[in-house]
Design a protein around this ligand. Structure first.
Ligand code: ADP
Ligand code: ADP
Length: 232
């Protein structure tokens, strides 16, 4: 579902160039949950942002559901991005919009009718356990509830892939557990492929099928989660 081949990313140029990714190959099969773990500065955020071309790789190939994204730009790239939802450490909700209107936003921007939007949004609020919070504003919610809104919003355009950028790093362990449970449920119910980056072992252990270790821009190790944590 996600295939990166020989992806490199350099920020800046000349003496100030930073090589954030070095010849990264990554394959995430349909329906799996894949984690990439690494220390701060290792290149995790750059890697995940290359999957939806929030960052454009300097060289290499990025395919999602068989489509080469690096060839696309403008409207065709935006169209392809509907296949790819993303959630963030700090949720990135609009504070002036209610829960309902945050989840509805991508659909409004896509020009969908109010009734079609409602048919999409209400089941997503149910799925994410927010049915009674539709009219609340982000400031009235806990961190875990905010991340649930972000998940519902990410799912609103019915993506095939969900990218999670340190999605539980701002949450306490108990809330982290419940968000990971929700992600697992979504993976199983909707068959959604999930790629997540984290600096927390516990996250990887809890929900990932496979894990890669990134260090200094290189994906140095990859294994099934069971093998990864029992390796000598
Ligand atoms: P991580 O997510 O693992 O903390 P990042 O992908 O954010 O790692 O960063 C990898 C390297 O690239 C770091 O050295 C970081 O300073 C650098 N970097 C990240 N984003 C930029 C940018 N926009 N401009 C210049 N350097 C950047
Ligand atoms: P506007 O975007 O014009 O300010 P609203 O945000 O009040 O309007 O609502 C836009 C549409 O979204 C409404 O017509 C309604 O169909 C739907 N809507 C808003 N909030 C809810 C909710 N809590 N439950 C169900 N539908 C809602």
């Amino acid at each position: 579902m996600i295939r990166l081949e020989n992806v490199s990313k350099t920020y800046g140029s000349g003496a100030h160039a930073i090589q954030a990714l070095k010849h990264v190959d990554l394959h995430v099969p349909k329906g799996s949950i894949h984690g990439v773990i690494g220390l701060s500065g290792a290149g995790k955020s750059t890697l995940i942002r290359c999957v939806n071309l929030l960052e454009r790789p300097t060289t290499g190939s990025v395919q999602v559901d068989g489509e080469e994204l690096t060839r696309l730009s403008g409207p065709s790239l935006n169209q392809a991005r509907h296949q790819i939802g993303m959630i963030f450490q700090h949720f990135n909700l609009l504070s002036s919009r209610s829960v309902y209107d945050n989840v509805a936003l991508p659909l409004e921007l896509a020009g969908m009718s109010k009734s079609a939007i409602q048919e999409r949004v209400l089941p997503l609020l149910d799925l994410t356990g927010l049915a009674d919070k539709a009219d609340k504003f982000p400031a009235e919610l806990s961190g875990g509830q905010k991340q649930r809104v972000a998940i519902a919003r990410a799912l609103s355009s019915r993506p095939k892939v969900l990218l999670c950028d340190e999605a539980t790093s701002a949450l306490d362990p108990q809330t982290t557990g419940s968000i990971l449970e929700l992600l697992k449920e979504i993976n199983q119910q909707l068959g959604l492929t999930i790629l997540l980056i984290t600096h927390e072992m516990e996250v990887v252990k809890t929900i990932c099928d496979r894990v890669g270790l990134i260090s200094d821009g290189e994906l140095v190790e990859e294994a099934d989660v069971g093998d990864f944590f029992t390796a000598p």
